[in-house]
Design a protein around this ligand. Structure first.
Ligand code: PEP
Length: 268
């Protein structure tokens, strides 16, 4: 089964409105000819509305970088999946290693967030990946397995259809999941994993999904590579059958570079 290529820009904590508008002018122009590859921008919460409006009428989708697992209530400072849907988000990043490391996010919390996202009709982009120490100790697969199993505990391949009183049209079929394999040591360091290593991890994750769910569903889940992707190294990743695109941090801050990645994915 051919999976559509996917490129996600993780802007992290960058840009204010004027910068986002400048970016979008350049980016939307440069990717006019990109049709086969799905493009997603994940700005900070403060820019979701601005970016969402600018993307209206385009095929570029909007993602949030995080969410809280409750729909509403006394959770000061948190943002609910309903709020993200309201702003037009289709995707949400869950379990990014920066949040695991700096904010102590556990697999249990990530599991709650992932379920809440799917319940609201948002597609979670689940990030998993080993640290340098874990890699050196030969624990990569053990870590990936624990993170995937933890995040997907009690999660079924197809979400329950949502009642009309909740998100109309959100109960679409499909695995409703993207997984990003992001070795922690490769994020923001300029040192990317070898494409062969990334392919081995993506295949490992896909086989694990086949065990947890079933082989048919596992072949439909898009698995991305993330970690210092840039135009100079992206082609190597795109050649591998289990890598369906990339989650991009640093290089996504430059609209020209990110558009170049989109054009490269389009040519595959
Ligand atoms: C990321 O933040 O998910 C990421 C992959 O960052 P970078 O591309 O900068 O390594």
């Amino acid at each position: 089964m051919a999976r559509q290529k996917l490129l996600v820009a993780n802007w992290k904590m960058h840009f204010v409105r004027a910068q986002a508008s400048e970016y979008l002018k350049v980016f939307t122009e440069r990717v006019r000819g990109v049709h086969k590859t799905e493009l997603v921008l994940a700005p900070p919460f403060t820019l979701l509305e601005t970016v969402g409006r600018a993307l209206e009428g385009t095929a570029i989708r909007l993602a949030a970088q995080d969410l809280f697992y409750e729909r509403e209530g006394a959770f000061t400072g948190e943002i609910s999946p309903i709020m993200l849907k309201d702003l037009g988000c289709s995707y949400v990043i869950v379990g990014h290693s920066e949040r695991r490391r700096l904010l102590g996010e556990t697999d249990e919390l990530i599991n709650k967030k992932l379920k809440a996202a799917r319940d609201a009709g948002l597609v979670p982009i689940l990030c998993v990946g080993e640290t340098l120490e874990e890699r050196r100790a030969g624990k990569t697969q053990r870590v990936l397995e624990a993170q995937v199993r933890g995040a997907l505990a009690g999660v079924h391949p197809h979400p329950q259809p949502l009642s009309p009183s909740r998100e109309r049209g959100a109960g679409v079929r499909g695995p409703h999941l993207v997984i990003a394999y992001e070795p922690v040591w490769a994020i923001g360091t300029g040192i990317n994993a070898e494409p062969e290593e990334a392919e081995a991890s993506a295949l490992f994750i896909r086989e694990l999904l086949a065990q947890l769910w079933n082989a048919e569903t596992a072949t439909t889940v898009r698995i991305l590579y993330g970690g210092s992707v840039k135009p100079a190294n992206f082609e190597g990743f795109l050649r591998h059958p289990n890598i369906d695109g990339a989650l991009v941090g640093g290089a996504s801050l430059d609209p020209e570079a990110f558009a170049q990645l989109a054009q490269m994915a389009e040519r595959v």
